[in-house]
Design a protein around this ligand. Structure first.
Ligand code: 2P0
Length: 351
């Protein structure tokens, strides 16, 4: 059956960091300057679906290919190539140990990938994208790899992708090995550990971001003095406090660390020379709205966080939906220019 097509599909979810990854100590291997921690969101709302196939009937002259949301996408970049190389090497090792296995590692790969949310809208599409790509090929190759081992490979595609191989609350441990062999993700807690957690995504702008994360973080590492303080002291403290807050299901602490870490990350962006601004006036209005909501409740019921773009993610608990979601609409709905176009969605962490 020389022309047989081998095929496997998988989905991977989006994750939103509450302690942010920002900075590489080794850009080639995608090794970070600090550990990070995220919440994986429900795949019912945001996910990438990827099918990987290979066949000796696929023309070798066409090479490997990726169709992303119906459009041909470049796979020649070093990051994608690193993922293909790592996965093929593992498959080739299996084939070497068992000659009866078909030689999938030598066949061209075809990937077809679809997001159910806008690409490049600051919603971590590269995280879900590389996580799905790596797992789809690992499934196709029938690799006996654990999620942590796959996270090592996905990390080389996009740093934050390593966290999308797990559900629930996920840490990416920076590691200290020069070859990156200990820079991978693990699960801090299952989603079921704290099932009341919700995330509200406020899409301030679905436009592609101005400065890419990859280039922005390199500029920050090279020019910001504040960044040195962040990686040496602020992030290690936030990681420890965040893990404790999650284990104890302590929302007030979870929220404070989330907001402080987002502020710290954006402060290092502002301290980059020339400065990088991801948040805009609507983003800042969302921060004020969260402060108002918490003041009105007399306790912390909402936490904002912003990635490399203006969109806000608001974490809250299910029982506070009315206070948080209702007030976000009320406070921002009529008063803030640009807010009328915002999309609002309540999301659960994935199981
Ligand atoms: C995070 N971000 O922890 C942080 C917060 C953006 C701000 O991970 O260069 O797309 O592909 O490793 O993973 C975005 O960075 O960067 C990111 P690369 P990535 O979610």
């Amino acid at each position: 059956m020389a022309d047989k097509v081998y095929r496997a599909s998988t989905t991977a979810p989006v994750n939103i960091a509450v302690v942010k990854y920002w900075g590489k100590r080794d850009p080639k291997l995608n090794l970070p300057t600090n550990s990070s921690l995220s919440v994986t969101l429900s795949q019912a709302d945001l996910r990438t679906l990827t099918t990987a196939s290979c066949s000796s009937s696929y023309p070798a002259s066409e090479g490997d290919s990726l169709l992303l949301n119906g459009e041909k996408s470049d796979v020649s970049g070093a990051r994608t190539q690193a993922c293909f190389r790592e996965l093929r090497a593992r498959r080739a090792a299996l084939e070497a140990s068992d000659p009866s296995l078909p030689k999938l590692s030598t066949m061209p790969l075809r990937l077809v990938s679809e997001n159910n949310f806008p690409t490049a809208a600051g919603l971590a599409s590269s995280a879900a994208g590389f996580a799905a790509l790596v797992r789809a090929i690992a499934n196709l190759y029938e690799l006996p790899a654990s999620p942590s081992e796959l996270s090592l490979i996905a990390r080389q595609g996009s740093g934050s992708a390593c966290r999308s191989l797990f559900g629930g609350y996920v840490a990416w441990r920076m590691g200290d090995a020069a070859d990156g062999s200990d820079s991978m993700a693990d699960q801090v807690a299952e989603a079921s550990h704290w099932p009341e957690m919700r995330a509200l995504i406020l899409v301030v702008s679905a436009a592609k971001k101005g400065v890419s994360s990859t280039s922005g973080m390199q500029q920050t590492v090279a020019t910001s003095g504040l960044f040195q303080e962040r990686i040496a002291r602020v992030v290690p403290q936030n990681m420890a406090a965040m893990e404790k807050a999650i284990q104890a299901r302590d929302f007030a602490s979870f929220a404070e660390v989330t907001m402080r870490d987002s502020n710290s990350f954006h402060a290092t962006c502002a301290d980059t020379y020339p400065p990088i601004f991801y948040m805009n006036d609507v983003s800042r209005a969302a921060i004020r709205a969260v402060e108002q909501i918490n003041a009105a409740a007399g306790r912390t019921v909402a936490a904002y966080t912003f990635d490399a773009g203006p969109n806000a993610v608001i974490y809250y608990l299910e029982q506070d939906t009315e206070a948080v979601v209702g007030t976000m609409y009320h406070v921002l709905g009529g008063e803030v220019d640009g807010w009328k176009d915002a999309a609002v969605k309540g999301l659960k962490p994935s199981v």
